[in-house]
Design a protein. Structure first.
Length: 401
């Protein structure tokens, strides 16, 4: 197979996913349009040469529906010859789009693909599109479905993570994200979002709290105890009776933030890069997806990472930096323990607890952040991984060129 290279990675800042958030008035198509224009201008890109556009979106309805990838191509003024496809692998959608782009390039069938994703969670809340696993009692009863927050609390209960331990992790996420923002570590990739008059609406991630503390987090009520009392605890305990009692230790402070955002990554062959005078930044070494038990749901990062490492002929010791999506604090602690990682190598600039998780875009966001940090530190290899709804995991390994 041919090699697939990353030539660029851009993203919007992440805006608070509420009506008062800085990006609430911005349509998801406009979040994407700004990035398409940035990709084109940064490389003086002949967009006629783009073979396909692959975008993730977890709630593809309303403004985000009707194949927003193809709509974004046309709305951004790119040639009508450039096609587009929208996919949904839940929280993995943004990274799955990159992996699919890499597969298309590696196969030799395509030479240049734009991948990424978008999610405007303030305008289209998670779950707005329904689905049998959520809405059909027969289906979710058969599958042992529980909300992800219950799953995270089950993991914490099984592994013995205390609330203080989870809050400590969350506080560090905010502190690291604040330090990285102030130092300009995200500046290479962030494209500020502007209104129709060219005025900047948001230039940096909106949900970072520089003043996050254990004391402030201790005041927050558990987010999922009420759901547990509705019967979801009983469902989870039927699968995991050894837990005895689920401790509800996750809350708004140690769970990923609901935000609006988008990201794009330019993936291509070596030959196309040479023809368009673009310098590759990294090669995509391997990628993997796995299925995992759907009730606990959030344990996929470790097995997906192991699979990607095996495909690349690598060990965890060969990886310089890791990005593990901070869906919930317990998810990252579990993955770190299962993979026996050094925490100093993981999410060195914070993560989704501090900066938010725009579902369809997050995978592409963290891959771009990983690449930027590898370059900044002059390191070589990185692995990005996410847990995924309904019990899946995804991972991608990149190596700087």
């Amino acid at each position: 197979m041919a090699e697939a290279f990353i030539y660029d990675a851009v993203r919007t800042p992440r805006g608070r996913g509420k009506k008062k958030g800085a990006l609430h008035e911005v349509r998801p198509i406009d979040l994407l349009r700004g990035l398409f224009c940035a990709i084109e201008s940064r490389h003086h890109l002949n967009t006629q040469r783009v073979d396909d556009v692959v975008l993730g979106c977890v709630t593809p309805i309303g403004e985000q529906g009707a194949n927003i990838a193809r709509t974004a191509v046309l709305y951004s003024g790119w040639p009508m010859s450039v096609p587009g496809v929208t996919l949904n692998r839940f929280c993995a959608s943004g990274l799955e789009s990159v992996n699919l782009a890499a597969a298309k390039v590696a196969s030799g069938m395509d030479q240049l693909v734009v991948a990424g994703g978008v999610e405007s969670m303030s305008r289209w809340p998670m779950g707005s599109d329904g689905g049998a696993i959520f809405m059909d009692p027969l289906v979710n009863g058969d599958q042992g479905f529980v909300p992800q927050g219950i799953s995270a609390d089950v993991i914490a209960s099984l592994e013995g993570y205390t609330r203080e331990e989870l809050d400590q992790f969350a506080m560090l996420s905010h502190q690291k994200a604040h330090t990285a923002t102030e130092a300009g570590h995200f500046a290479k990739s962030i494209i500020p979002v502007q209104d129709i008059n060219g005025l900047t609406l948001l230039a940096q991630d909106e949900t970072i709290r520089a003043d996050a503390s254990l004391n402030s987090m201790s005041q927050l009520e558990p987010s999922f105890a009420g759901m547990g009392e509705m019967g979801f605890d009983a469902t989870a305990l039927s699968k995991y009776p050894t837990v005895g009692q689920i401790r509800h230790v996750h809350h708004a402070g140690n769970s990923s933030g609901i935000v609006d955002g988008a990201a794009l990554i330019l993936v291509g062959s070596r030959q196309m890069g040479q023809e368009l005078n673009m310098k590759p930044r990294a090669v995509i070494r391997s990628w993997a997806v796995v299925g995992s038990e759907p009730t606990i749901m959030l344990t996929g990062p470790a097995p997906a990472s192991r699979k990607a490492l095996e495909l690349a002929g690598m060990e965890t010791s060969d990886i310089d930096l890791f990005e593990i999506n901070e869906a919930f604090a317990a998810v990252v602690l579990k993955a770190v323990a299962d993979l026996r990682l050094n925490r100093d190598q993981v999410n060195v600039n914070g993560g989704a607890i501090a900066m938010g998780h725009p579902l369809g875009a997050t995978g592409a966001v963290i891959l771009g952040t990983l690449l930027d940090e590898l370059e900044r530190r002059d390191l070589t290899t990185g692995l990005a991984t996410l847990c995924v709804g309904a019990g899946m995991g995804i991972a991608t390994i990149i190596e700087r060129v």
